[in-house]
Design a protein around this ligand. Sequence first.
Ligand code: FE2
Length: 134
Amino acid sequence: MAQFVNPFPGMVPRKMSQSELARAIMLDISAELEAVHLYMAHMEAADNEDAKKVLYDIALEELVHAGEFTSVLYRLDPTAAAKAQEGFDEVRALLGGPAPAEVAPTSPSQSTEQESQPPMPQGLTVGSLIEAEQ
Ligand SMILES: [Fe+2]
């Protein structure tokens, strides 16, 4: 049986303060990223093209959710926003140019076109391992 994380670790049973809500949103962001990890791992281990396409589409939706939560977090917690900006700035200083998250797609059709093509995983899949044993 699946075990779900406690959605209110370390919190008392009342409405959350703004700082508690910010920490809860951080937990929500991590849950979205964990979902992306899970769906991408399942996609990469699958041979069924329809399932791979759906898993990839849902993984992209979870990234959108992570972005939505991050936007809310930065509104609730300006320090978190400032520290994230520091991170972007440090990487820009090291590598040059804007971080991918700082670059808007050049056109909506270009973005949609890229998202409709799931990346083909390189290497072994569950199916190829089964076939190798036969
Ligand atoms: Fe989600």
